[in-house]
Design a protein around this ligand. Structure first.
Ligand code: THU
Length: 135
């Protein structure tokens, strides 16, 4: 979905709802992410923290893992929307950019919302130019 406003209208409520499931006793940040695939199916994830901090899983990677686990064909989804509290507008972490770059479509649009009217958006190639690939 190339139209940012239309994507927000379609996906915002589900990303916000996913953020309510966040397990984040250490940071208090609640992050929800949804992936929209080619067939209009929506997959969601939230951040899941751990007392061993480095094991924390971000919402974006959890949404993508849920999508692939449910049968989404890697490289086909063209929209990922993030909703986050506890940040201004969350710019995805580097690990999530690498995973998005491999699992989303080449031209995928990443939208990060603080509210329905306060958001930023980037094509994945702008968030992570020259991603790592195995040749
Ligand atoms: N977090 C995400 O869910 N996505 C990101 O792109 C960056 C950070 C989460 C992980 C952790 O639970 C909290 O935000 C603070 O880093």
């Amino acid at each position: 979905m190339r139209d940012t406003k239309a994507a927000i209208e379609k996906l915002y409520a589900q990303a916000k709802s996913a953020s309510e499931n966040a397990y984040s006793p250490y940071s208090g940040a609640r992050v929800g992410a949804v992936v929209l695939d080619q067939d209009g199916v929506i997959y969601s994830g939230c951040n899941v923290e751990n007392a061993s901090y480095g094991l924390t899983q971000c919402a974006e990677r959890n949404a993508l893992a849920a999508a692939v686990s449910a049968g989404m064909k890697p490289g086909t989804a063209d929209t990922l929307l993030i909703y986050a509290t506890g940040f201004e507008v969350l710019a995805p972490c580097g690990a999530c950019r690498q995973v998005m770059s491999e699992l989303l479509a080449d031209n995928a649009l990443i939208i990060s919302c603080h509210s329905e009217t306060d958001f930023d958006s980037w094509p994945i190639g702008e968030l992570l130019p020259h991603s790592f690939v195995l040749s």
